[in-house]
Design a protein around this ligand. Structure first.
Ligand code: NAD
Length: 328
């Protein structure tokens, strides 16, 4: 079995590859991995094993059709994580988001068709649905993205659907809620706040902190991606969520406790433009059809994540103060 993983040096892609190489996924034991990543500010080669006979790392761009045509033949599947992923950056400049997320997905799927790779999973996000005050989105809800990031992901999500509908490509889409865990770039809320608090710095909480997110440990997301890869149906979308809804204020308060910090460490900053109030996915489809259930409780997972950042200052300081500087 050979699998090509795009965005494999990022937060979620690298977790998927590490788990795959550790034979965590039934039916994919011994699989060989081609890890393709452009190594933008968000990608880090050190997120993957330095040397593993089953791993080949290729630095490259998902917009590079020639490279993809060279690489893809002989693979049994592609899992497509590569994206520009940070909402705040998309507000500052949307062009790289549409280039990588939309054109990159279209280029990748064209190359998949050319090379005859039989199976693709496209990793999308719950942010394509927009914001929901009450209840949860099922997969058939309209896409109403509110930020350039979410719009670019919605476009790529629909590119995947059209390649199934028009070309018969065996592609499934996952739409997952907010992930947390080790190796997440410290521009994102949880690692930004944890690392600021570990440095004794105040954390910048948007608005009044009432925005609600549904948190899922990255390993649970990756297990869901594997289930969809293995048994998901072509042309179908699968929501993935954790059921752990928390306001940003509640998450912040828990992080203060876990790092032994006081309430004076929170600094309220002007709200993000078009800040979605709440995300919530209905994940009954993946539970009923594929037997998916998250395994990591939020409290336990968050404590382990804080401990990981405490134990890996070299990793997060390089990401935070290197080329890809974090907000705040
Ligand atoms: P990330 O920013 O940590 O990683 C993205 C990776 O893609 C990086 O390694 C980067 O170098 C690489 N990349 C960027 N542009 C590229 C290009 N043109 N060609 C090749 N590689 C490129 O993001 P993440 O949090 O790991 O997210 C991975 C995927 O999961 C994304 O598609 C994202 O939209 C989706 N997702 C993320 C979350 C979340 O909470 N983080 C939730 C749901 C869905």
């Amino acid at each position: 079995m050979r699998i090509l993983v795009t965005g494999a040096a990022g937060f979620i892609g690298s977790a998927f590859v590490r788990n795959l190489l550790a034979d965590a996924y039934a039916g994919w034991e011994g699989a060989r991995v081609t890890a393709l990543d452009k190594l933008t500010y968000a990608g880090n080669r050190a997120n993957l094993p330095a040397a593993d006979p089953r791993l080949e790392f290729v630095r490259g761009d998902v917009c590079d059709l020639g490279l993809l045509r060279e690489l893809l033949p002989g693979h049994d599947a592609v899992v497509h994580f590569a994206a520009e992923s940070h909402v705040d950056r998309s507000l500052a400049g949307a062009a790289p988001f549409f280039r990588t997320n939309v054109l990159g997905t279209q280029t990748l799927l064209d190359a998949v068709l050319d090379s005859g790779v039989p199976r693709v999973v496209h990793v999308s996000t719950d942010e394509v649905y927009g914001s929901i005050a009450e209840g949860s989105w099922t997969e058939d809800r309209p896409l109403l993205p509110n930020t350039p990031y979410a719009a670019s992901k919605a476009c790529s999500d629909l590119v995947a659907r059209t390649y199934w509908r028009t070309h018969g490509l065996d592609v499934s889409v996952t739409r997952c809620s907010n992930n947390y865990g080790p190796y997440q770039h410290p521009e994102k809320l949880i690692p930004l706040f944890v690392t600021h608090l570990l440095e004794g710095r105040q954390v910048p909480l948007y608005g009044d902190g009432r925005h609600i997110r549904e948190w899922l440990h990255v390993d649970d997301h990756c297990r869901a991606v594997h289930l969809v890869l293995d048994r998901g149906r072509a042309g179908e979308v699968y929501n993935v969520g954790g059921g752990n809804e928390r306001t940003n204020r509640a998450v912040t308060e828990r992080l203060l406790e876990l790092t032994g910090s006081g309430p004076e460490m929170v600094r309220h900053v002007a709200d993000r433009k078009a800040h979605d109030l709440r995300y919530s996915v209905d994940e009954s489809k993946i539970r009923d059809e594929l037997g998916y259930a998250p395994r990591t409780g939020f409290e336990e997972g968050l404590a382990a994540t804080v401990a990981w950042y405490r134990d890996h200052p070299d990793w997060w300081k390089a990401a935070k103060y290197g080329a890809g500087r974090a907000r705040g």
